[in-house]
Design a protein around this ligand. Structure first.
Ligand code: HEC
Ligand code: HEC
Length: 371
């Protein structure tokens, strides 16, 4: 074969190959919205001074005080329902061996998480694949779980009760057990007009969870007009959050999340070899390794961080973002190297700490006895 033809053929093959790669990556990568991207680039370069910040009536990214808690019409709150849900949340008898309660992995003493990188699973206490997220402010979530696979809190709450690796209950056996506890039976009759079922247990627990909402933080007092509520360092952190570090690309709105899913390139950690996250729900290649953007209120209480629980401190999280995220495949194009100075990193952490508000006082309830 003549040499030129061969080269041409090679060139052609190479071209086809790169077109294929391009098509493949175009399908895989998270799409970029050009208009939005321009705005973000502008925000990254905008220099905001503390005095300009103090004069803003509305903060970038719509960050500001929380609205009132959304309550679904199909599960209205009543004090009796919340009280019942609280008992169930703390009651290990919802589990197959009477040892695992929701509060085991969502413990108020650890900011309603469990302080572990990954929770220990039912029975053998082997590590689960993902970190236990807090239930603080989940009433504002658009979806539940790291991959958003449950649409509602009611649906979510039924999941762990029957999940083999979490509470491992046979629903029929568990319902019989709860129905056999007279004080529960009485409360279910009063609240729902019926006997306990997996469905109304989920409803009562969700009603309780809707009361675990953060109170006013220093940030909220600042946003509402008390310009002395934040220190200069916290204000510098807030400025970085909305400009140079561009955190509000995803952590926007009153609860500091836009409810979207992204792959930050986090390395896998824990017992799972791989975790495709949101992709398992949507089967959309752009969602490979993408996880839900968590809210950041009271974040100082809920270490360790991320779905892998890989970061023990907020400083580690900020350093991760400073590097432009992790090395993993299919990473979002939204994370860039930030070139933050050491004092800027400290400012950002100080700002994150100013998002802590008081939680309702909680005393673990007296659980109804079997007879
Ligand atoms: C063995 C530990 C364990 C137990 C027990 C447990 N959970 Fe969880 N919970 C987790 C883990 C781990 C996740 C994250 C799983 C995922 O995203 O795939 C989670 C996720 C959640 C979420 C989602 C939060 C969010 O921001 O998306 C809620 C709500 C929740 N659990 C409530 C409950 C309730 C209610 C119970 C009791 C009925 C319960 N959990 C029992 C470990 C546990
Ligand atoms: C591209 C969207 C995006 C941007 C930009 C972003 N985050 Fe995140 N953030 C996420 C997602 C998604 C997670 C959860 C990732 C996971 O676990 O896989 C997360 C997790 C976190 C966590 C841990 C929360 C927890 O409960 O474990 C903190 C803290 C955090 N981000 C702070 C920041 C800060 C500070 C910035 C700016 C420097 C920032 N984020 C920028 C999407 C983003």
């Amino acid at each position: 074969m003549d040499k030129r033809r061969l080269c041409g053929l090679r060139g052609y093959t190479a071209l086809t190959f790169s077109v294929l790669v391009l098509m493949f990556s175009a399908v895989q990568a998270e799409p970029i919205d050009a208009d939005k991207e321009k705005k973000v680039q502008r925000a990254r370069r905008t220099l905001i001074t503390i005095s300009t910040l103090d004069q803003m009536t509305k903060l970038p990214g719509d960050i500001g005080p929380l609205p009132s808690v959304p309550i679904p019409a199909a599960n209205l709150q009543t004090p009796a329902k919340v009280e019942l849900g609280k008992q169930l949340f703390f009651d290990p008898r919802l589990s197959g061996n009477d040892h695992w309660a929701c509060a085991t992995c969502h413990n108020p003493s650890f900011g309603y998480s469990d302080g572990l990188p990954r929770s220990l699973g039912f029975g053998d206490e082997k590590e689960l694949g993902r970190h236990s997220p807090t239930i603080i402010n989940i009433a504002f979530n658009s979806s539940q779980f790291w991959d958003g696979r449950a649409a509602t809190m009611e649906e979510q709450a039924m999941g762990p009760i029957v999940a083999v690796r979490e509470m491992n209950s046979d629903p029929q056996v568990m319902i019989k057990k709860i129905t056999g506890i007279p004080a529960y039976n009485e409360q279910f009759k009063q609240v729902f007009g019926e006997q306990p079922s997996l469905k109304n247990i989920g409803m009562a627990i969700a009603a309780f969870e809707r009361t675990v909402i953060t109170g006013e933080s220093a940030f909220d007092r600042y946003e509402k007009g008390n310009k002395k509520a934040l220190t200069d360092q916290e204000k510098r952190g807030l400025i970085l959050f909305v400009s140079k570090a561009a955190c509000t690309q995803c952590h926007s709105g009153p609860n500091f999340t836009d409810s979207s899913f992204h792959n930050l390139g986090l390395p896998q950690a824990g017992p799972l070899k791989k975790d495709l996250g949101r992709y398992e729900v949507t089967k959309d290649p752009k969602d490979k390794g993408a996880f839900k953007v968590p809210g950041l209120r009271n974040i100082a209480m809920t270490a360790p961080y991320m779905h892998t629980g890989a970061f023990a401190t907020m400083e580690e999280v900020v350093e991760f973002y400073n590097q432009g995220g992790g090395p993993g495949a299919n990473k979002t194009p939204k994370l860039l190297k930030l070139n933050l100075t050491d004092s800027e990193k400290e400012d950002l952490v100080a700002f994150l700490k100013s998002l802590t508000g008081a939680l309702p006082q909680i005393v673990p309830p007296q659980l109804p006895s079997r007879s």
